[in-house]
Design a protein. Structure first.
Ligand code: OXD
Ligand code: MN
Length: 596
């Protein structure tokens, strides 16, 4: 039991202790080798955890099906376990560490009997980079091991770095019986520990992702003066060959991955633009010696949503997922390839749906509702480096310099297509007031506004009032803070039709953003911020009237005053931890609107 490939005692002691609780049949250290990966794939196929796909058409690709009630992050079972309840804040579930360890120990006890416990040393960020953090995940799931090997850097080199650093996040996972009644996703930021039990769904079990890179890392970032954010990072190569980088936060279902991998529209391609993807989900950002903000993506893979991915919405992703990809909960076609709603090509007949049942297009359930072939949250895990748009800076230890931070939301009427904050503090206000209207794809009242500051509501590992304070403080530390923008691709006309074509055309707005960063264009000063002049948006090749663009950029002061009421209710949630500066921004906006 204690034959370990390292003599680093804090690690071996912890592995032994967790093994005593979980009682695995064996302990297997993940070394990051191809040979070990192949062996795990073979074992997964033999056990039924993975279904091999057509290796001619999709080399290195597999399909996995989860339990039917284990298909998404379970936020109601996700806890921040700090010594004081107050430190988790009003927007997180809280449990005392004592109770959380006790409850979960009950679920972990003997949970790995008859299974191997895999020990995965992993690095979030390039091994040895000053940005990076190391974790070790113990799991009884081969699916987790194989996905972690796509999403993070794993194995031998990480273990050696861990021995130098001496610090690591202790991550324990067991699928146990995959019982939703015995499922818990627990974060102990004060112990640098994560425990996840009873789930096999990526967002709950690939502990390097949301759990470490956002919840635990946001707590560390506050203490160590950096940012761990739910943001894409993309490079925009300008016609002169210069690449500028932006980081952007959007609530889910706003096309973050598609934006990060965008292919320029014909009109702008001719000018010479090109997009370089650094990341689609998480940004770790630090102030470097030049006084500006630099960012890395701590991950090495995309954990993308399959439905809706096609050659129009994301041609680079269509290329990326053709090899070395693990698909979860999609349709298996008779030819051993895969399909999902909104994929390219014909709807297959004679496929197998995400639950493993025969599936045909047009099938309805007993209530007459169409039966989806792929689950609405079906996914693929695929290496970023395979994307035609992969940035050549993915392995850069110092990351990329960030010129602009962009916040977004899904608003039918309120927010204009784009606007710029007056300065950093106002930018923090834009992030703190981010919101989206519910779509039909989400549970709840259609059109209801959901606030999701900086897209971090489910991912901030501490009190969000303190998080806003951290954003304000970081602004003071920077000599050259990035400019802050807000975009909304989802404005509609009187008939509910989208006014803006979105997708690749969004580059036209990013071009304006960079022009603003480089002081190339003026803008219109409005109560909410600087709004583009119609003439500064390149409309070449786009069939959109300037009247429509006027509509997209219009500000309705009455609607904004209404919006402020909701903002006030939201801000009040954070009580005395809410920074006074953001109340001042609120008052200032109200008075600008009144005198507009
Ligand atoms: C994700 C999410 O899966 O934000 O990236 O939910
Ligand atoms: Mn995300």
């Amino acid at each position: 039991m204690d034959k370990h490939p390292t003599k680093f005692k804090p690690l071996t002691d912890w592995v032994n202790k967790m093994a005593r609780i979980c009682q695995p049949a064996d302990i297997v250290w993940i070394d990051g080798s191809e040979a070990q990966k192949r062996q795990l794939e073979e074992e997964s196929v033999a056990s039924g955890e993975l279904i091999p796909l057509n290796q001619q058409k999709l080399p290195g690709c597999f399909l996995h099906r989860t339990s039917h009630d284990d298909v998404a992050r379970t936020e109601h079972l996700t806890y921040i376990c700090t010594g004081k309840k107050r430190d988790a804040g009003p927007t997180n579930n809280w449990m005392s560490p004592r109770l959380a360890y006790k409850k979960a120990t009950g679920f972990f006890k003997g949970a790995m009997k008859g299974r191997a416990m895999y020990v995965i040393p992993f690095s979030m960020g390039p091994v040895g980079s000053p940005f990076s953090k190391i974790g070790v995940e113990l799991t009884d799931s081969r699916y987790v091991v194989l996905n972690m090997a796509i999403m993070t850097r794993v194995g031998e080199a990480v273990l050696r770095q861990l021995e130098i650093n001496g610090e690591f996040t202790k991550c324990l996972h067991s699928k146990a019986d995959l019982d939703i009644n015995k499922r818990l996703i627990l974060h102990f930021p004060e112990d640098n520990t994560i425990w996840s039990v009873g789930s096999g769904y990526g967002g709950n079990v690939l502990l390097g992702k949301k759990c470490l890179s956002l919840r635990i890392a946001s707590f560390m970032a506050k203490k160590e003066n950096w940012f761990a954010e739910h943001m894409l990072i993309m490079g925009i190569e300008e016609p002169n060959g210069h690449v500028e980088y932006i980081a952007a936060a959007f609530p889910s279902a706003c096309g973050k991955t598609n934006l990060a991998m965008l292919v320029p529209p014909e009109g702008l391609k001719r000018k010479g633009y090109r997009i370089w993807t650094v990341g689609d989900d998480i940004a770790w950002m630090r102030i470097d010696s030049d006084g500006s903000l630099w960012a890395i993506n701590p991950e090495t893979g995309f954990f993308g949503v399959a439905p809706g991915t096609n050659s129009h919405t994301n041609p680079n992703m269509v290329e990326t997922v053709k090899k070395n990809t693990i698909y979860t909960n999609v349709v298996l076609k008779p030819d051993g390839t895969v399909w999902w709603e909104g994929a390219d090509g014909e709807v297959p007949s004679g496929g197998i749906d995400w639950m493993g049942r025969p599936w045909k297009p047009g099938m309805c359930d007993s209530h007459g509702k169409p039966v989806l072939g792929a689950h609405a949250n079906s996914r693929f895990t695929t290496p970023i480096a395979q994307s035609p748009s992969a940035s050549f800076r993915l392995e850069q230890h110092h990351g990329v310099p960030i010129s602009a931070i962009v916040f977004g939301g899904r608003r039918q009427h309120l927010a204009p297509l784009a606007y710029e904050a007056f300065e950093w503090q106002h930018g923090v206000f834009l992030g703190a007031t981010m919101a989206s209207e519910r779509t039909a794809a989400q549970f709840g009242v259609l059109g209801e506004v959901r606030r999701d500051p900086m897209a971090m509501l489910p991912f901030c590992g501490y009190h969000m009032g303190d998080y806003f304070r951290h954003w304000l403080d970081m602004g003071k530390r920077m000599v050259k803070p990035p400019k802050v923008f807000h975009v909304n691709w989802f404005r509609t006309d009187e008939n509910g039709k989208f006014l803006w074509p979105g997708f690749r055309e969004n580059l036209r707005i990013l071009e304006w953003i960079l022009d603003r960063c480089n002081n190339k264009v003026e803008a219109v000063t409005t109560p909410i911020g600087y709004v583009p002049r119609v003439s500064d948006i390149d409309m070449t090749g786009l069939n959109l009237s300037s009247a429509a663009l006027d509509k997209l950029l219009a500000i309705d002061a009455k609607a904004w005053k209404e919006e402020l009421k909701g903002i006030k209710r939201f801000f009040k949630l954070f009580k005395k931890n809410f920074p006074e500066e953001l109340w001042r921004e609120y008052e200032a906006l109200l008075s600008r609107l009144k005198s507009h």
